[in-house]
Design a protein around this ligand. Structure first.
Ligand code: CUA
Length: 181
């Protein structure tokens, strides 16, 4: 049987690998490193200059606690009902809560155009996806985390919240509502 070549810590590879890197290799390593640094710098630059990534306040919250906050929010500012779902109109500047669960967004929100709110998003069961339609806004809604977004609705109208994270048999039915007036 022929001896086959194996590389390991005991058997070193053959060749001239121990010679110092050549000019071209050094150049490529330098280029790759510089590009890594550019991409690394783009993360904070894009955050501040790009205006795409939201500046949110994140904190841990148990599903029970978040549910309790949502219920208190609904009790405080409920103004009506829409197909069995409470319609909640919080005052400008307040904390707004929206809860995702299989398979609904709770409650219906009524917000004022031009006012600032802190929108708290969380789930009480599994991951859902918050997608504001027809505006292209997407967030992952993760149980155990309260994701607080500073928002200023800048357009009046009826908006739909579509779930964009597959969450079971009725995923496609999970549609919520935000009214901006
Ligand atoms: Cu919730 Cu899909």
């Amino acid at each position: 049987m022929e001896h086959s070549e194996a590389h390991s810590a005991i058997v070193g590879p053959r060749g001239i690998w121990w010679r110092p890197a050549g000019k071209q290799e050094k150049m490529w390593v330098t280029l790759a490193f510089v590009w890594c640094m550019v991409l690394f710098a783009m993360m904070p630059i894009w955050h501040f200059k790009g205006g795409q990534n939201p500046s949110g306040v994140r904190s841990k919250v148990s599903p029970e606690d978040f549910n309790a906050r949502v219920e208190k929010f609904v009790a405080d500012y409920k103004v009506g009902e829409d197909g069995g779902m409470p319609v909640v109109a919080p005052p400008p500047g307040s904390d707004v809560y929206l809860l995702g669960r299989m398979w609904r967004w709770y409650p219906v929100l009524r917000l004022k155009e031009g006012a600032q709110y802190t929108l708290h998003l969380s789930s009480v069961d599994i991951n859902h996806g918050f997608s504001l339609y027809p505006v292209n806004l997407n967030f992952q809604i993760v149980p155990g985390y309260d994701y607080g977004l500073k928002i200023v609705p800048n357009k009046a109208g009826d908006f739909r919240i579509v779930c964009n994270e597959f969450c079971g048999i009725n995923h496609h039915m999970m549609v919520g509502k935000v009214v901006v007036e």
